[in-house]
Design a protein around this ligand. Structure first.
Ligand code: ATP
Ligand code: MG
Length: 371
């Protein structure tokens, strides 16, 4: 009988340790068992203690990207190219780990200890028949804690995520807690293995505005206090702007703009970012969700030649649909794609000198067009 082949090593030789907590390089993701490319050439870093946002409309590829980072692809979905590298720490020997190609068992190990995750709809991730304390305690016990130690640690974690009366919460069943409390419970579960990276996919979307703000504050505190790297996914640029140092704007599976959030929000370099900002600003002020960007993004695989946003873009010219548009440095900024610079995928970003949210919003009001 031939010996079982060794599992791929977690370490990537030759890469410096203590760099980015997460580096995604040239990520391509296919759906439909390899038939259609739904994420194309996405690259970014998340540094320790940094919050990076992925923003874009429904279907832009946010979840495909972050589930790839978590090793949780749905059936028929696969990473077809690229690297996903977790930065090493002293605890794991300082080696960076390339996650593409890990076995399921290795992924489980990585998710339990090096990456934590929170999603929308926290209730669906908890077992309704077990107390939340037990559900947090079980993984702690698997890591060798006694029953009493696990209880103590669970209560500490519930306190750390801002749950009042953590002893009572510990002994509660999911249906006895509100949506905001359940999301805090899941954040406690996510950080219980002391990860370096927390991935939050629409983690506050189902919560009301006040609770959403509280949970965003909590993520910010965890990032600040524990040096956690945070990858925050939201369709709402206002949410990302509140928490994230840097942002990547995704459209139809591609990055169309990236850069420091404050700069991107103050002066968007891509018309799609400008449109998202308009939607975010209107949504926030009116407390209504009426704002939409006219038209729809192309389905994966259905994009024509040229800029994928061109059919919806009020600035598009013939040149925009003639050839693919590369992600290029935004003039006047230092660009180093994936490591903090500004870049946009627009032929006209320099020429248009996009004006920012205030002017666009006012123009919308004047013409009374539901944008
Ligand atoms: N399992 C799948 N099989 C086939 N297509 C898929 C699958 N998962 C995602 N897709 C397609 O890939 C595209 C990107 O999906 P993704 O879930 O990443 O979007 P998203 O940006 O997270 O959107 P949302 O804001 O609605 O969560 C969509 O067009 C979607 O239909
Ligand atoms: Mg999603």
């Amino acid at each position: 009988m031939s010996p079982t082949p060794p599992e791929p090593a977690l370490a990537v030789p030759g890469r410096p340790a203590r760099t980015a907590a997460l580096r995604v390089e040239g990520l391509h993701v296919t759906v439909g068992h390899g038939r259609t490319e739904a994420v194309r050439d996405v690259s970014f870093d998340v540094l320790p203690g940094e919050a990076v946002g992925l923003v874009g409309e429904s279907g832009s590829g946010k979840t495909l990207t972050c589930r790839s980072v978590l090793g949780l692809p749905s059936p028929g979905v696969a990473v077809s190219a690229g690297r996903i590298v977790l930065g090493g720490t002293a605890d794991d020997g300082g080696d960076d780990a390339d996650l593409v190609g890990l076995t399921d068992r290795q992924w489980q190990q990585v998710r339990g200890t090096r990456i934590g995750a929170v999603f929308q709809d926290p209730g669906s991730y908890l077992n309704p028949t077990l107390t939340v304390g037990r559900q947090l305690g079980e993984p702690l016990r698997r890591r060798g804690l006694t029953r009493a130690e696990a209880r103590r640690r669970a209560v500490e974690l519930f306190e750390a995520v801002g749950l009042h009366d953590p002893e009572r919460v510990h002994d509660s069943y999911p249906h006895e807690l509100s949506g905001g409390m359940l999301q805090r419970v899941l954040i406690a579960v996510a950080i219980s293995g002391d990860p370096r990276l927390l991935v939050a996919d629409e983690a506050t979307t189902a919560l009301d505005t006040v609770v959403q703000a509280e949970v965003l504050d909590l993520l910010d505190v965890l990032r600040d206090r524990h040096g956690l790297a945070l990858l925050l996914v939201s369709h709402d640029l206002a949410v990302v702007a509140e928490v994230c140092d840097r942002v990547l704007v995704l459209y139809a599976g591609e990055v169309v703009e990236e850069g420091p959030t404050a700069e991107v929000v103050a002066a968007p370099a891509h018309p799609y970012t400008e449109a998202l900002l308009r939607v975010a600003a209107l949504g926030r002020r009116d407390r209504r969700e009426l704002a939409v960007i006219p038209g729809r993004p192309p389905e994966p695989g259905a994009a024509g030649a040229g800029c994928r946003f061109a059919p919806r873009c009020e600035y598009a010219t013939a040149a925009c649909v003639e050839q693919d548009v590369p992600l290029t440095p935004v003039p006047g900024t230092e660009q180093d794609s994936g490591t903090g610079g500004r870049a946009a995928r627009c032929l006209r970003s320099a020429e248009l000198t996009l004006s920012g949210v205030r002017e666009r919003t006012d123009a919308t009001e004047r013409t009374e067009v539901p944008v």
